[in-house]
Every structure is written in structure tokens, then in C-alpha cells.
Design a protein around this ligand. Structure first.
Ligand code: ZN
Ligand code: ZN
Length: 348
């Protein structure tokens, strides 16, 4: 089968090539891939700056497809099922995080598209426990973005505990910021999306998908806008989805006393100067949100089924598998919001 393989560590070292098809042994499900999203992690893997990627490996961990074979130990998933899958391929199964199904925090986890062959290929195998059968009304294109959606669910619902009527501010209008915005809107929160002049197209997409206010911080004063909107109180919950230290500190500034700031973006440096005075004096809860876990997927499938979120609305480019470099280049150049690779044409 055809696949996009990261052959060695370092910059690029990626080829579109022929590799053997994986086999559905044991509890594995073999999936014919419809779409595979290009994620920030894949870009880091391309640049050779993501230490979790263990070449040689097929990249890609956001996908949807149709089951074409199941291993002898598979119980509930059948050939012909339309599916998506969590990225967890193997966990240690014995650490405290595994026992509470917080697989995102297991230190010995093996993930699809990093240590195990991923979805930028015609087929992949995933363990049955990670596979989710799709409701009929959910498109394979939207379903391919269940993973970033689940990251949004984990942040907004499981970490942020956003409630109806809350005012939230999201820093960053990329794919994760957009998913956070859609999930927050599904809960009937008031949503502000803050970014920069380069986000013009992304702002328009956020607005079209229900964001209440978009703020170009290079032209408008976010602090003033928040003050006016909240009678000087501040927003209830902020989400830092850009990896910018300045954004994290702005979030701490505009969040109300006893509010929450959820950190999703990855900072370039491990040690960064953070306004700890705001955390202390306003009793702000500053909490991390790392990827997603099984419960986030169950909620995501529900939101998809009810039409409360429509991830395909953030797709701005679809390329064929052989043209994967076009999808990567657009993503590396910050064009649009989400580039998706079509791995087997004509499936949706
Ligand atoms: Zn991802
Ligand atoms: Zn574990």
C-alpha cells in the first residue's frame, strides 16, 4: 500500500512510498483510511523537533475510515463499520493513569502516528478498545477530526468545566482554538476568539461557526473589550491554544478572580516567565490540558451525532495522499485552518 513515511529523525526525511499492508491480528481492527488530518504534531515530526516520533513510522493520527478486516479477538466492531479511532495503541495498563483510563498521562503509552504506523496511508490497524463506530449522520470528513475535537472536549468540559452563560476567551484561531470554540458554543457559552492580523481567514471561519466576538490584538484592545463585555469583572475561563507566552499572560490578566486558565498550547521553551502574581492574587486556577482520553471521545461522538459541532467546517484544504507535501506546506505556512489528506478517494 502507499504511505507517507518518516524514514529517519531530523528535518524532513519523509517519503511517499510502498509498504506492506498491516494485518488484523489479535484485537486489531484494519481500517481503510478515508481522511487523515495534518496536525501540529505532524509538522513537528516533519521538522524533527518532536521527540516522541520514532522513525521509521507512518505519520498521521487524526483519521476516519471503514473497517475491512478484524482480528479473531475483536468482539463488537465489524467489517463495513464506519469508524474513527483514538490514537492510543498500547498502554502499560498498570500505572495509576491507565487504571483511571487517563491514557493521555501514561508514561509508557504507544501512540498511532508517533511510535506505531499512522493514518497517512491507505490502511492502518488500531486496537478494538480505541475504535469508535460513527453515527450514520456524521461525515467521514468531520469524523477524521474527532481527535482534535476530543482535545477540545477534554479542555472545555473535562478541564475547564465551562457552563452555559460563561464568557470564555480563546487565544489562537488554529484548529485547536476552533475546536475549543465549537465545543464552548455547544454549551451556550459566550465565545471570544483572540488572535493577530495573520488570523483574518481564521477569524472569519470562527465567526461563521458561532464565535461571538473575534479580536485582532494588533488592532484592538482585548482588555478593554473584555472589561466592557463583563462589566469590569473579566472572563470566566480562558484557553491558551497558541503556545505564546504573551497570550498566556494576557489570559491571566483578563480572567476574573477565581476564574480558570487552561493551557493547551506548547511553549517553545520549557521554562517561561508567567505572571504568577495574577494566579496568586486572583486565585486563578491555571491548569494544563494534554491531548484527550477515552471519556473525551465518547462526548465528542455525542456532539458529532447531535450536530452540535461540525469539524469539517474548519477544513480549508484537501489533498490526495501522493500530494501530502502540499498539505504539509500549507500547514507549515499557516495557510487556512486545517489541511486534510484524502487517503482513498471516493469513500464519503
Ligand atoms: Zn492531532
Ligand atoms: Zn500506564
Amino acid at each position: 500500500m502507499k504511505a507517507v513515511v518518516k524514514t529517519a529523525s531530523g528535518y524532513d526525511n519523509m517519503i511517499y512510498t510502498e509498504i506492506p499492508e498491516p494485518e488484523a491480528v489479535g484485537d486489531l481492527v484494519k481500517i481503510k483510511i478515508a481522511y487523515s488530518g495534518v496536525c501540529g504534531t505532524d509538522l513537528h515530526a516533519f521538522k524533527g523537533t518532536y521527540s516522541s516520533t520514532k522513525p521509521p513510522v507512518v505519520l498521521g493520527h487524526e483519521f476516519s475510515g471503514i473497517v475491512v478486516a478484524v482480528g479473531p479477538d475483536v468482539k463488537n466492531v465489524k467489517v463495513g463499520d464506519r469508524v474513527t479511532s483514538e490514537t492510543t495503541f498500547k498502554t502499560c495498563g498498570i500505572c495509576p493513569s491507565c487504571l483511571s483510563k487517563d491514557y493521555n498521562l501514561c508514561g509508557n503509552r504507544q501512540g498511532i502516528g508517533t511510535q506505531i504506523n499512522g493514518s497517512m496511508a491507505e490502511y492502518l490497524v488500531s486496537r478494538e478498545e480505541s475504535v469508535h463506530i460513527l453515527p450514520d449522520n456524521v461525515s467521514l470528513l468531520s469524523a477524521s477530526l474527532t481527535e482534535p475535537l476530543a482535545c477540545g472536549v477534554h479542555a472545555v468540559i473535562e478541564k475547564g468545566d465551562v457552563k452555559k452563560g460563561d464568557v470564555v476567551c480563546i487565544f489562537g484561531a488554529g484548529a485547536i482554538g476552533q475546536m475549543v470554540a465549537q465545543v464552548a458554543k455547544s454549551l451556550k457559552a459566550t465565545v471570544i476568539v483572540a488572535g493577530l492580523s495573520t488570523d483574518a481567514e481564521r477569524f472569519a471561519i470562527a465567526k461563521a461557526n458561532g464565535a461571538d466576538i473575534v479580536v485582532n490584538q494588533e488592532k484592538e484592545d482585548l482588555s478593554e473589550i473584555v472589561k466592557e463585555l463583563t462589566n469590569g469583572v473579566g472572563v470566566d475561563i480562558s484557553f491558551e491554544c497558541s503556545g505564546s507566552v504573551a497570550a498566556a499572560n494576557k489570559a491571566l490578566e483578563i480572567t476574573r478572580r477565581k476564574g480558570k486558565v487552561v493551557q493547551m498550547g506548547v511553549f517553545a521553551d520549557a521554562k517561561v516567565p508567567i505572571r504568577a502574581d495574577y494566579i496568586l492574587h486572583k486565585e486563578i486556577v491555571y491548569v494544563g490540558s494534554r491531548s484527550q482520553k477515552p471519556s473525551s471521545w465518547v462526548t465528542s461522538i455525542h456532539l458529532l451525532k447531535e450536530g452540535l459541532v461540525v469539524p469539517e467546517k474548519i477544513v480549508t484544504l484537501i489533498t490526495d495522499l501522493k500530494d501530502w507535501r502540499d498539505a504539509f506546506n500549507a500547514s507549515l505556512n499557516g495557510e487556512g485552518v486545517k489541511a486534510v489528506i484524502c487517503c482513498n478517494p471516493g469513500m464519503d
